[in-house]
Design a protein around this ligand. Sequence first.
Ligand SMILES: Cc1ncc(COP(=O)(O)O)c(C=O)c1O
Length: 429
Amino acid sequence: MSAAVTEADQTTSTENTGPREGAFGNAVALACRECSHRVDLGPFYACPECFGPLEIAYEFPAITRAEIEAGPRNIWRYKALLPVPTDIEASPNTEPGFTRLLEAKNLAAELGLARLWVKDDSTNPTNSFKDRVVACALSAARELDAKVFACPSTGNLANAVAAAGARAGIKTVVFIPSNLEQPKQVNSAIFTESLVAVDGNYDDVNKLASEIAGEEEGWAFVNVNVRPYYAEGSKTLGYEIAEQLGWRLPDQIVIPVASGSQLTKVDKAFQELIKLGLVEDKPYRIFGAQAEGCGPVATAFKAGTDAIRPVKPDTIAKSLAIGNPADGIYVLDIARRTGGAVEEVTDDEVRAGIVLLARTEGIFTETAGGTTVAVTRKLVETGQLDPELETVVINTGHGLKTLDAISGQVGAAATIAPTYESFKATGIA
Ligand SMILES: Cc1ncc(COP(=O)(O)O)c(C=O)c1O
């Protein structure tokens, strides 16, 4: 599987070793997000005409809410809207999705919002939303006959790829920056023997992965050469929010941004649901959340420019530490089109966001969620979020993966002798 994209490749892929009939469900082609040029479905991610990013184009059948609701309680209930085969449930996968949407009354009161929900994706199989995208990428890797399942990652993706590959019985190789949080490294190493820590930041790791994808045959890098299939998995987060709200779109939604893929796919999901007549067409506002130590999209948004200047990340929010975000330009476009914004917060605010969500809703989020909660607070304080409108924030990952970021913020245990007097002396009772 080569990452290079030429017309010759496309012909070869469809005539000789093309995917089996129905391998990608209702997906019909790959379409360029810049110039709309179409190519056949295959392991391609860049437009052969203009080098813009390719994404999946579909011909959807009529589909009803009842048909979706009759499906399994995981992302495959939406399989008709994904580039996966109709018998997708037959193959071993990690079956993520249908995570809880919790009404967060305590947090709403704290932030001064009328109605607020937390979409809690920390309960996915490897405790982040990345299990969604990886499940779709795994299906594509199988259909494209990949021998190795791989990724460059800021941590969560590596965990999800390693776990899904283990369950599917396919060799996995995951690449991470060497300064990654230890729990995220262990969470990958437990599933794969091939965890590669690269002496550099995520953007260096990504560059290396693209080079390997171009050199090695049979490697499916989930977020490089099968990125169009992978990215579609993030739509399920948007579908679920609408379904769990009773087939309604929220008024406002706050989403963390690293590459920006997840944010753009939630917008795509909402648009598809409207077009399919599954939800009422109504305005919604999408907000992006970044940390100041890696906020290139927030910086560009505030400057009112489309020119996203790459940065060298320096933040505790390592899962969001992508200095040169592939989908940043589309995030800007969506934030502007929907009347949203992209905002950033300091590392101290990220830590405070983690504690706030834990103390108000009993949800332990990682630094990405802390960033999202802190940005939500800032958006309310600066009048960018309307406090009267219904708001959803996404918790994308679990706090046990980033314990170091927060352990200094919470009080130590009161160590006492095993006597009632000692306990009384603590002043807790
Ligand atoms: C926990 C968490 N939240 C959010 C993101 C951002 O996702 P995206 O790259 O799609 O913007 C990541 C990316 O790795 C992540 O790990």
